[in-house]
Design a protein around this ligand. Structure first.
Ligand SMILES: [Zn+2]
Length: 81
């Protein structure tokens, strides 16, 4: 099932990064990211964030970063192209 909807892609962001999606699902998400810059940005930001957090051995995400993610996710893909 292809991922057409940004909400679907974002909903699976964490599962994707945790490596808990099936191969087919990962491929569907990747396909969406190829054509959707705003989701790609959100995924890349989250992936980067995880590296930073693991480097600092932290288990919580700072509020400022959560807000940044929320801002990225709230962007309307139709107007950000
Ligand atoms: Zn999208």
């Amino acid at each position: 099932m292809p991922v057409e909807d940004c909400q679907d892609a974002i909903r699976e962001l964490y599962t994707f990064l945790d490596g808990e999606l099936t191969e087919a699902r990962r491929a569907a998400i990747s396909g969406h990211l190829d054509g959707c810059h705003s989701c790609l940005e959100a995924f890349e930001f989250e992936a980067e964030l995880r590296v930073v957090i693991s480097h600092h051995c932290r288990e919580t995400v700072p509020e400022a970063l959560k807000e940044r993610i929320a801002m990225l996710l709230a962007k309307d893909p139709a107007t950000s192209d």
